[in-house]
Write a protein that binds this ligand. Structure first.
Ligand code: OGA
Ligand code: NI
Length: 372
């Protein structure tokens, strides 16, 4: 091999290894252009990248329905449930304000998440694995063993149940990480249960029979919870890549906390529209399991993440669903002669098999569950 060839082979090898260290590492190494590995096909690129072009972006901002959760136990409960239903049917997304989680718990989670990503790579590397079944996992892109094109995201995923089993595996550095993440996971789980109660009622599934309702809620109490802390460092070419490719979330509901930096986009009437961050609010979205459970009434909608050249962005997604081994199926109460069952029964195992096997750009688990 000529010295020049050997040199470029060496560069390529180093680069390939570097991809697995994540995009924060790449950013800090001072790269001026995104490597080829991150360049999306033209049709998949964001048309209006966030790099200061306010003008181009304006009309693509979306005002998601805002649900004021403080009203849920007051005299306006019926209206709140109607708005909830409207949002889940027409957007698959809403912003939740006055949700009752103390500001301090929220701020601490974003703060400690940020400090985790500030740790030296050697510290974060301890958690890097492609094994999807571990209680804690650091990684990059979407599905780094399968993705042909990488996205501009690093993540830390934490399995949250059963807490006594998983907690000893969670990062012990920063020293307050576990304390802050536990407080946050407990609060979001509690809020999720309150939301499920409201959602079941909005679907007309709850009955006058308290015991039956409690049984249903009990299953969610024992349900699964996964938290993902997403870190998107500044990107030199934000119009060539994405922080996350278009995807829907697999669970029942996702509670997403985004910092003040824009990035999340939702597919709405065929257009990608940016979700304006509201400080302290949650962006809540319907996942695949709720679409199936509601027999298609509530929509699990595609969303993606744009990156920008100036600021890092952090988000914390808390994904909730039924217990890992439960079967997810359309609620019998929502099936009738005029409204037949529209989805096959499914479970987590089927989902995991599916994502392991496919490139994230072409991912649509839900499509594989539809009965035609
Ligand atoms: C997710 C997700 C959006 C964001 O974690 O599934 O869609 O803004 N995150 O980070
Ligand atoms: Ni998502």
């Amino acid at each position: 091999m000529s010295p020049a060839l050997a040199k470029s082979a060496e560069n390529l090898k180093n680069e390939t290894e570097d991809y697995h260290k994540g995009v924060k590492y790449l950013h800090e190494s001072g790269i001026q252009r995104v490597p080829k590995k991150y360049i999306f096909p033209i049709s998949e690129r964001p048309k209006n990248a966030i790099n200061g072009k306010q003008q181009a972006r304006k009309e693509h901002n979306l005002k998601l329905p805002i649900i004021d959760f403080a009203q849920i136990h007051g005299p306006n409960r019926a209206q709140v449930l109607d708005s909830l239903s409207y949002a889940c049917e027409n957007y698959g997304f809403f912003q939740l304000v006055n949700h009752g989680i103390p500001d301090e718990v929220i701020r601490s989670m974003v703060d400690v998440g940020g400090r985790f990503f500030d740790l030296p790579l050697v510290e974060r590397e301890k958690y890097m694995t492609t094994d999807m079944t571990t209680p804690v996992r650091c990684g990059t892109s979407f599905n780094q063993t399968k993705d042909g094109v990488f996205c501009w995201r690093d993540f830390l995923k934490l399995v949250c149940d059963p807490l006594p089993d998983v907690l000893p595996h969670w990062p012990s550095s920063p020293s307050d990480f576990r304390e802050k993440a536990v407080a946050y996971s407990k609060e979001t789980k509690f809020l999720f249960l309150k939301l499920v109660e409201a959602i079941l009622e909005s679907l007309g599934i709850t009955t006058k029979n308290k015991t039956q309702n409690n049984e249903m809620l009990k299953e969610f109490e024992d349900g699964s919870q996964l938290m993902a802390v997403n870190f998107y460092p500044p990107c030199p070419d934000p119009d060539l890549t994405l922080g996350m490719p278009p995807h829907s979330d697999y669970g029942f509901l996702t509670l997403l906390l985004q910092d003040e930096v824009e990035g999340l986009q939702v597919k709405c009437n065929g257009d990608w529209v940016t979700v304006q961050p509201i400080p302290g609010a949650f962006v809540v979205n319907v996942g695949d399991h709720l679409e199936i459970f509601s027999n298609g009434k509530y929509k699990s909608v595609l969303h993606r993440v744009l990156v920008n050249s100036l600021k890092s962005r952090i988000s914390v997604a808390s994904l909730h669903s039924l217990p890992f081994n439960s079967i997810v199926r359309p609620s019998p109460k929502l099936i009738s002669e005029t409204n037949p069952k529209r989805y096959k029964d499914t479970n987590f195992a089927a989902f995991l098999e599916y994502i392991k096997s496919c490139d994230s750009i072409n991912k649509s688990f839900l499509e594989t569950r539809k009965l035609t």
